[in-house]
Design a protein. Structure first.
Length: 111
């Protein structure tokens, strides 16, 4: 295992539980890939431009696109924040802001 994945609060879990089984399978597959692969392809994990260390896990299933925000902690851990289904080309700013706030909260608690 290359990296361990931890969840911050219940944001990701709540998002995950709302998805249907096929989407859950795809999410699990991508998370496993991120755990195992040293250099994860940008198709699955991409830094969000204009942020300080915020990334999005990218999941596509059929014609639906899902995003789950995360960041790295101590170089190894991937911390999962909010997730959402993407309806437009551009990631909504309110979702990015929410993720940035959660990231701040996380690092303030885990100093």
């Amino acid at each position: 295992m290359v990296r361990e994945i931890i969840f911050y609060e219940n944001y990701f879990i709540e998002f995950y539980l709302k998805q249907d089984d096929k989407v859950k399978e795809k999410i699990k597959y991508v998370l496993e890939l991120i755990k195992q692969v040293e250099k994860v392809p940008e198709k699955f994990l991409k830094h969000i431009t204009g942020t300080n260390g915020l990334f999005e896990i990218r999941i596509e299933y059929q014609s639906n696109i899902y995003r789950i925000f995360c960041c790295f902690d101590k170089g190894r851990l991937l911390v999962l924040f909010n997730g959402f289904q993407k309806k437009t080309q551009k990631t909504p700013n309110n979702e990015i802001s929410k993720a940035q706030n959660l990231m701040k909260e996380y690092f303030n608690q885990n100093k």
